[in-house]
Unconditional design. Sequence first.
Length: 406
Amino acid sequence: MTDWRVPGFTSTGSKRPDVLFGAAPGESLALPRRFARASGCRVWDENGRAYVDYVMALGAVALGYAHPEVDRAATDAIAHGVVGPLAPVIEEELAEALCRAIPWIEAVRFLKSGAEAVAAAVRLARVATGRERVLGCGYHGWLDWCQGPGTPGVPASVRSLHAVLPFNDAERTRAMIRAERDHLAVVVVEPVIHAEPTREWLEVLRSETARAGAVLVFDEIKTAFRLAIGGAGERYGVTPDLVVLGKALANGYPLAAVGGRADVMRRVTETWISSTLATEAVSLAAARATLGFMQRERVPARLQATGINLLAGFRRLAEAHPALVTAVRGIPEMCFLEFASEDVSAELARGAAERGVLFKRTAYNFVSLAHEAPDIEGTLTVLDETLQALKTRRRSPPCGPPDLTV
């Protein structure tokens, strides 16, 4: 037992010290555990120390923390009342703006988290098809419908309705969709998982779901507003039936959405998908400001340019430290290193933090509009120094008393 009032240290599992640094919450007071404020691409911990950050709120922030234009919109919304008894005007205004920005979204509903937005998409698909089976690929949140075997608290009957599709394997994907054809309600995929999708895989997803009469959902919670305003669907030219948006949609304010074909979206009136705070006006205002800024300033293209420099640096690190770094994964906008062991990844993350960089040791590190060339160069230097220190430490013989045996 611990004396933490929040069981497990924090309500967001991916922000636990053991996940970020391989360290127990109280193991090292030198490691950052809680943040006190954030601005641009920097955060300050509870002790006032600053860090250049690549976790970026797990990808929820693309413009940089405390973005002035987004925060002004949110502040204005606060001044007019956060919630009320009627649907807010801004809800329809944001929906219209999203439909104009992403043409395959004909109608949209808002929620507060990505997990519930993907669940809403699955619910809509089941209503539209009258079927129950789901094929998924990627991480779609913590709710029961998409959990794998062995997850405590999830009924086996619920788990049995879900199976995992292989990423980028066109033949196995085709075979699995065809095998489920008569029972398949929906195929839900993250279109980018550690690498770009192949054209063949995307086309198989599109053609086989249409042939089966199932709904194709792109989970673009990480990729929308980063790869392009319309995410992977826009970049790769494959249109899903439904798309789920989140994270960078409101630059860190809590908002998610499911949208797509009007005939599928209209099925929302045949079931119950509703949340008191889905129409909270602050996040809606932040999203409208975020979308407008991203379109005006061509933000996804700028994120790609910054990410190209980071990814190229990762590749140089892998070449320089092959015994420690085994692979470079991802795409410029969201990338990471693979390491020779869990211990290496933890030591790297700790060493980087000690040198003023919050570096995600697993998927993904995210660049933001606030990261500038000196930030990237300084980060790569920190990572190189940390890896070199690890290499030296591992080569050094362990210290101990001399062997006095004869």
